[in-house]
Design a protein around this ligand. Sequence first.
Ligand code: GRF
Length: 219
Amino acid sequence: MSNKARVVVLISGSGSNLQALIDGVQSGELPINLAAVISNRPDVFGLERATKANIPTELLDHKTFTDRESFDRALMEKIDSYQPDLVVLAGFMRILTPEFTQHYLGRMLNIHPSLLPKFQGLHTHQRAIDAGESHHGVTVHFVTAELDGGPAVVQARVPVLANDDASILAKRVQRQEHVIYPLAVKWFAQGDLHMIDGKSVLKGEPLPASGFLISSDEP
Ligand code: GRF
């Protein structure tokens, strides 16, 4: 147990990506120790998922802080009390201060529902449909000071179909999220994935700008 990578997961909502990590641990596929789950919002379903899996939970409500800097500092203290090797942002809906991103540089991952660098920010599924994209998808990337801008680790591509609305497309993308996030976390935990000179490096080889690419034509 103690030689497994310690992972702290930050959430703000439903926690389906957290669940994919929990499932990976429980099936023996994912050799990590889920040290804690921290939410910035009370009463979210992700906290229930963590409790059910016997993972320590913490709530740090951003609304009780006067500014972003003091919240991020308190969050860092909380995270560091669990001595994580990796911090995983799983639907954590906060803009992070440069001090925070610098502190975890090379040891913090995020998942963003688009084929980055396309569609940074919010409402990505609707924006992909409105732009007439033939494909859309999801990216796991290292977190840097640039919002949704750090080096990509892995991307999954899915088709955009004629009758898609944002929620149908989001579901198609989410199925891939639950595949690629555990994969990226596993690479990191096994010591195969690093961020070196601002690039993602997998098993000693720099990854292309899109990261490792997975395609799914599954509707
Ligand atoms: C996911 O769509 C993820 O890509 C985005 O936020 C959502 C989180 O969903 N960053 P969940 O809380 O993991 O279900």
